[in-house]
Write a protein of this length. Sequence first.
Length: 357
Amino acid sequence: MDGTLVAVIVILMIGFGAVVLFMSMKLKELKSDSATQLLKQDINTVNDSLQKLNDGLKDHLTSRLDKTQEAMAKQYESSTKIIRDVTQKLEKLESTNTRVGDIATELKTLQNVLQNPKQRGVLGEFYLDQILQNVLPPGSYHLQHKIADGYVVDAAIDLDGKLLPIDSKFSLENYNRLIETKSQAERERLEKAFKDDLKKRIDETAKYIQPKKGTLDYAMMFIPSEAIYYDLLANKVGASGVNGRDFMQYATVDKHVVIVGPSNLSAMLQVIVQGLKSLEIQKDTDIIRKNIEQLQKHLVAYDGYFKRVGNSLGATVGHYNNASKELGKIDKDIVKIGGGDTVLESQLLDKPSTDDV
């Protein structure tokens, strides 16, 4: 109910009270019956008018109240929907905050892992294993393979009886310090330390190159950090001035060590897979060729035995024909002695031809 409607009702009530008071005062002043009768009529008229006004106000108030209730119901429904949406969003936000907290905890755990050299090494080996599993066929490589006493490489790929050693190396401490430092003197000290770290890792990987123990004459050094590997490829590690090209040349030319990162290791392994497939095809071709040669030998041997059988059959037929001729001679001798006609007729067989055989 708005303020204007309330004000109208109050004014009407005040007016009604004033009219009643005025009529009461008039009743006291008027004594005659005719005046009283007129006053009663006026009062009845006023009462009728007030009743009509009251009915009109009642209808108006009822209509306004219905509209107000309808508006309040719509507003309540809208408010309920808004509250429900806000509650759902708050629940999602709470879930997101929980997930963010979990991620932050996981990142903190990962940071702690990366700060520990031994755990960092385990992580690098795990990363290497995952790449090998995703690219190479099962059984084509070995993990923690012992090449010789005291030399256990992280992975070794079997290439037609020769092993390709791959070792994971993760020199992170001095690299991070070198990237973050602002001091020129500290940078120079860390440059030397980082160079020594990389050179040491290259030398360690080169120890796995042992052709007498069945390895190829080169090995791979896997750097699990794409950032460090990219900086080496870009010839400069950060803004430090450490020349990555020198290390690549030292590793490849001097030590026969190929430095690889996560991305190009996968590409190199794809090439190796194609080589393995070609090698398998070559092996299958060699086996087929050897089997054909063996089959040819068997055919030659069979041909020899077959000719022997033919010769034996020819000799047998000759003996049979000779025996048949002799039998015919015996029959003629009997006829000469006893007279009469011959009763036996020699049946000669043709000898098998060796050309037909």
